[in-house]
Design a protein around this ligand. Structure first.
Ligand code: FES
Length: 188
């Protein structure tokens, strides 16, 4: 399997097999820091291997799929409990990008507006399957299309929480997009 750290030399040695990482896959996996052994003072008596720090998105249980009611958002925190970690999950009744479940209609999004962090709490609109308008400058996001901006001052999509289904259990496993107010989604 390819990874972003493979060099052109590595690629050539694999008989010309191309190792391409799409922008989407890069963004999805950008919260993961690969372990790298760095050799300090190579070639000297002081040489030592220093392990790099490893951070991964947590796999967090959110709720039971059977407990979700149509167009009634359920709130949860992810990927941690700190600032701007509030999110919502909702079963919309229409197929959506990244949608979970047999009808691909269950999605989850962060509540912080990507413009200046306005809270989008309790702004879900069942008729348009959107979140907003933001109470600060009216940005509104389409939850059927990965949180793309419909109108308003923001210029980035709303971060979408990546979901996984295990039987009836729904887990959060990552974030697609940068959460407002953070240099990286994962602290520490
Ligand atoms: S903070 Fe939401 S539109 Fe400005």
């Amino acid at each position: 399997m390819c990874n972003a750290n493979e060099s052109r030399k590595d690629t050539a040695e694999k008989g010309g097999h191309k190792c391409l990482v799409s922008r989407r896959n890069f963004l999805i996996t950008s919260g993961v820091t690969t372990t790298i052994m760095v050799t300090m003072n190579a070639g000297t008596a002081m040489a030592e291997d220093v392990p790099a720090h490893v951070t991964e998105y947590p796999r967090k249980f959110i709720t039971k799929m059977s407990s979700l009611k149509l167009d009634e958002p359920f709130d949860f925190n992810y990927p941690d409990e700190s600032d701007y970690s509030e999110n919502m999950i909702v079963k919309m009744g229409v197929k959506a990008g990244g949608g979970l479940g047999p009808d691909e209609d269950i999605v989850a999004f962060n509540y912080a507006c990507t413009h200046q962090g306005g809270g989008l709490f309790e702004t879900y609109k069942a008729d348009t399957k959107s979140l907003g308008a933001c109470p600060l400058h009216l940005s509104t996001y389409d939850l059927t299309r990965h949180g793309i901006l419909i109108s308003g001052q923001a210029y980035q999509s709303l971060p979408q929480i990546l979901l996984e289904l295990d039987g009836d259990d729904i887990y959060a496993t990552g974030v697609f997009g940068l959460i407002y107010g953070r240099k990286e989604n994962l602290h520490g």
